[in-house]
Design a protein around this ligand. Structure first.
Ligand code: MN
Length: 291
């Protein structure tokens, strides 16, 4: 039986902080505040800025991760990345890098060199996706998901588009492989149009909006740089673009892992003992080094 999935909260954050000297971000949600209510997702940083030309490297140098995946989505500008697992590359507008830290990597994230030299608008999001406990110590993996490889589907009645970064929409399978059942879609909804979505009852749904404003189920509104968090109960909901510009929505949904979460900085595991072990392993070089 299908039941309405209700918008539970609208999350926003007026406080911006810098990640290194390249990424002015707002954390729109985090497991610190919401735990398994946002599972399998852990955190979302939304970054927006205007940069003058420079010959310097802007970004964040060598740092570790263990126990989850970092998913970087570039809307404007470009990001260069290198990790100790041998992954790396440069991604630009419309591209995504899906890095599975799992047992541990050390990596760096910088603006692309040509973008830095030219300067301009920079817009990106970094999503942290948790791994099931059984996969946290598996081998690291790097998926470069280029714009051209991301399937694009139409919403019914030409209301907009869905780019399937991961998961599946209307028979279109996502470009990235995942460890649990989840969807990450780049949804664009035209002004005045409405779309209906159905997910498995019990799934987490979070809708960060990066342009425009949308109304959910004819009630609550999610504005620009806000994220709508839904009740896990329920399956069906509508999203209506009530503004005059195209709405840019990062559609996130998935089966909650419902496992204990213990996190500290760049490590997210299930117990504090595993966090201490992660610190020791990083310090002793077991997560590798950048060449
Ligand atoms: Mn990182």
């Amino acid at each position: 039986m299908n039941t309405t999935k209700k918008l539970a909260e609208v999350l926003r954050n007026n406080h911006q902080h810098w990640v290194g000297d390249g990424f002015p971000v707002r954390t729109l949600f985090s497991y610190n505040g919401h735990g398994n209510k946002i599972s399998p997702f852990l955190m979302l940083d939304y970054g927006l800025g205007e940069f003058p030309p420079t010959e310097e490297r802007r970004g964040v140098g060598e740092h570790p991760h263990r126990g989850f995946e970092t998913v970087t989505i570039v809307y404007e500008g470009s990001v260069e990345h290198r990790d100790s697992g041998g992954g790396g590359g440069k991604i630009g507008r419309g591209d995504v890098q899906w890095m599975t830290a799992a047992s541990g990597v050390v990596h760096e994230e910088f603006h692309g060199r040509e973008f830095a030299q030219k300067g301009g608008a920079f817009e990106m999001a970094q999503l942290w996706v948790n791994l099931p406990a059984k996969d946290k110590m598996s081998s690291p993996r790097y998926q470069e998901v280029l714009d051209a490889h991301i399937p694009a589907a139409e919403l019914p009645d030409g209301a907009g588009t869905v780019r399937v970064i991961a998961g599946e929409y209307a028979g279109h399978k996502g470009a990235a492989k995942t460890y649990s059942r989840l969807n990450v879609w780049d949804v664009r909804l035209k002004p005045g149009r409405i779309a209906t979505f159905t997910v498995t009852d019990g799934d987490t749904v979070i809708l960060p909006v990066f342009a425009g404003a949308v109304r959910v189920n004819g009630e609550g509104t999610i504005g620009t740089a806000e994220a709508g968090l839904f009740d896990q109960a329920g399956s069906d909901f509508t999203v209506e673009n009530t503004g005059t510009e195209e709405a840019k929505i990062l559609f996130l949904s998935g089966e909650p892992l419902n496992e204990p979460i213990a996190g500290y900085g760049p490590f997210v595991m299930n117990t504090n003992e595993e966090i201490y072990q992660a610190m020791r392993d990083f310090q002793s070089g077991k997560m590798g080094r950048l060449a």
